[in-house]
Design a binder for this molecule. Structure first.
Ligand SMILES: [Cu+2]
Length: 209
């Protein structure tokens, strides 16, 4: 019987690099990414799209938002879609249950609609102008043209305000969100700060994608 002595050579691996070059630890700062803004929908995928919106290659989800509009008693009047277009921000959709006649309608700066809707704050106005498209010092980015509600209490909204974006430069969708507000009276397009358009009769929080 032969004894075979195997010489086991232990290979000592010196893990010299285990702690070297750990500058990549800084990348743990990923968690500081603010991409979570309004990421109410499809989780990570949504966050990815939002991050991509910094580039111009924007997926359509980042170019759109919606607002379910309610009156002061909580009744749902319809849903408006906000789209970012070459011309600015466009609101479109159908509202019902409003008093017939002309009404001011604006983008307001805070995403809270607690009756009587003062919670929505002032008009969205990132460029610090005065109110009104007919005001030499105006307008606010949030100033839409009046809507005219028919005798059947409904109106098809198709309005554009020529400034700002949803989530990029002069973003409407900032940390405290935004809302779209319908007023009791017509907007005179001139009187600061809200065109003498009276009480706020309906409001919708602008949300997500
Ligand atoms: Cu307003």
């Amino acid at each position: 019987m032969h004894r075979v002595f195997s010489l086991v050579s232990s290979v000592v691996v010196i893990a010299a690099c285990s702690s070297a070059g750990d500058k990549s630890a800084d990348s743990a700062a990923d968690s500081s990414s603010p991409a979570a803004v309004g990421a109410s929908a499809a989780g990570g995928a949504t966050a990815g799209l939002v991050r991509d919106s910094a580039n111009a290659g924007v997926a359509s989800d980042t170019m759109r938002a919606t607002a379910t509009v309610r009156n002061a008693s909580g009744r749902e009047l319809g849903t408006l879609t906000l789209s970012e277009t070459q011309q600015g921000l466009t609101a479109s959709g159908r509202l019902t249950g409003l008093p017939p006649g002309a009404h001011g309608i604006h983008l307001h700066t805070t995403g809270q609609c607690t009756p009587p809707f003062e919670s929505a704050g002032a008009h969205w106005n990132p460029t610090n102008r005065q109110h009104g498209t007919q005001n030499p010092q105006g307008p606010h980015f949030g100033d839409f043209p009046n809507i005219t509600v028919g005798a059947d209490s409904s109106v098809n909204v198709q309005s554009t305000t020529p400034g700002g974006t949803l989530r990029r430069t002069n973003a409407l969708m900032d940390a405290d969100g935004a809302a779209i507000v319908v007023h009791a009276a017509a907007d005179d397009d001139r009187t600061d700060p809200s065109g003498a358009s009276g009480n706020r009769v309906a409001c919708g929080v602008i949300s997500g994608s």
